[in-house]
Design a protein around this ligand. Structure first.
Ligand code: SF4
Length: 328
C-alpha cells in the first residue's frame, strides 16, 4: 500500500472543501471497499478525510411519511431497524444478503452506493482496464465473462455494480441528499450512476468533494409487501449473478402496483420500468409475469460467457412475482 495522510475532518464544510480542492484526496467512511482497493494499489489516494463521525447514524421521519436515513449508519444498523423491516422488507433483506456480518457492521449506507465493481480485471493492476486506467482497453471482454453486464453495457466497459442495497433503493425510488462545493442537492438513486458510454472511469454523477449525507425513502405502502432475492455461486458472501427486488399489490386478480429492480446485470441497479409498465392493470398470472420479464430483457446484449443471465433473470423475476402474488 502507498503511504497516505489521514485527517479527521471537524465539520462537513471543511471535509468537502478539502476533498474538492485536492484530486488525490478521498472521503473515508467505513473504508471496507476503499481500503481493500488501496492495498491492491488500484486506488492510491494521498489523503483520506475521515467523515464517518460527521454524518448522521439515525433514521428520522421525512416529509410525506417517508424516512430519512443518515448516510453514516452501518448496513447492519439499517437492516435491523424495525421501521425498515416492517415498511421496506426488501431493503432489509438486500442488506443482509451482502458481505459478512463483520463487514456490514463497518460499511456505511453512503459508502454502499459507491462500491466499485468487483470485475477481477479492475482489481488486477497488471491487466488493461478502461475503468481503472482510461484508454488501456478492457481485459474482461476476452476474459472470464460470467459476472459481466447484459444490460446497459458499452464496448469500453461491461462491468456490473456490486451493491445489493442499491437495487432495493432503486426499486423504492430513494433519493440521496448530498453536500458539495456548490452546496446541497438531492439526487434520485435512479439518476446516480453514469453510463459506461460516458466514460467508465467515473461511476456516478457526484462531483469531486460531494458527500452523501442522507438517503430519503419516500412513503410507499406497496413496499410493505416486498422481497429481495439474490442468485449467486455460493450461499453466502458472494456477489449477485442476478438479483431481484420486487414489491407487488394485486387486487381482484390484477396488478395494481409493482416495483421491480435488478442487480448483477448492469453497471447500475437496473430499474425494470418496461416490465413494470407491462404488469400494471394486467392479470397477475405466470404468463403475464413471463411476458413482462421478457419485455424488459429484450434489450439484453449478453456475451458468450454470461448469456445464462438472461433466462436466469427472467425466471427469478417470474418466481418472485408469483411468490408475492401467493403471499398477497
Ligand atoms: Fe475494466 Fe470494465 Fe473491462 Fe472490467 S469490464 S476490465 S472494469 S473496463
Amino acid at each position: 500500500m502507498k503511504p497516505f495522510a489521514y485527517q479527521r475532518a471537524k465539520d462537513v464544510e471543511s471535509a468537502v472543501t478539502t476533498v474538492a480542492a485536492r484530486p488525490e484526496a478521498s472521503f473515508l467512511g467505513g473504508g471496507t471497499n476503499l481500503v481493500d482497493l488501496m492495498k491492491m494499489e488500484v486506488l492510491k489516494p494521498e489523503l483520506l478525510v475521515d467523515v464517518r463521525h460527521l454524518v448522521s447514524r439515525t433514521i428520522e421521519p421525512a416529509h410525506g411519511g417517508g424516512l430519512l436515513i443518515g448516510a453514516g449508519m452501518s448496513n447492519n444498523e439499517l437492516a435491523a431497524d424495525r421501521r425498515i423491516r416492517r415498511r421496506y422488507p426488501m431493503l432489509s433483506q438486500a442488506l443482509l444478503s451482502g458481505a459478512s456480518y463483520q463487514l456490514r457492521n463497518l460499511a456505511t449506507v453512503g459508502g454502499n452506493f459507491l462500491q466499485r465493481t468487483r470485475c477481477p480485471y479492475f482489481r488486477d493492476v497488471t491487466m488493461p482496464c478502461n475503468k481503472r486506467e482510461p484508454g488501456t482497453g478492457c481485459a474482461a471482454r476476452d476474459g472470464v465473462q460470467r459476472d459481466l453486464a447484459v444490460l446497459g453495457a458499452d464496448a469500453s466497459c461491461v462491468a456490473t455494480h456490486p451493491s445489493d442495497m442499491a437495487v432495493a433503493m432503486a426499486a423504492l425510488d430513494a433519493v440521496l441528499h448530498t453536500v458539495g462545493p456548490s452546496g446541497e442537492r438531492t439526487i434520485p438513486v435512479n439518476e446516480l450512476y453514469r453510463s459506461p458510454a460516458e466514460g467508465p472511469q467515473r461511476d456516478t454523477v457526484l462531483e469531486r468533494g460531494e458527500l452523501i449525507t442522507a438517503v430519503e425513502l419516500p412513503a410507499a405502502p406497496v413496499a410493505a409487501h416486498s422481497r429481495y432475492r439474490k442468485v449467486r455461486d455460493r450461499a453466502s458472501y458472494a456477489f449477485a449473478l442476478v438479483s431481484v427486488a420486487a414489491a407487488l399489490e394485486v387486487r381482484h386478480g390484477s396488478v395494481t402496483q409493482v416495483r421491480l429492480a435488478l442487480g448483477g446485470v448492469a453497471h447500475k441497479p437496473w430499474r425494470a420500468t418496461t416490465a413494470e409498465r407491462a404488469l400494471v392493470g394486467r392479470p397477475a398470472t405466470e404468463a403475464g409475469f413471463r411476458a413482462a420479464a421478457e419485455a424488459e430483457l429484450a434489450a439484453a446484449r449478453p456475451l458468450a460467457g454470461n448469456a445464462f443471465k438472461v433466462p436466469l433473470a427472467r425466471n427469478t423475476i417470474v418466481s418472485m412475482l408469483r411468490d408475492l402474488t401467493e403471499g398477497a
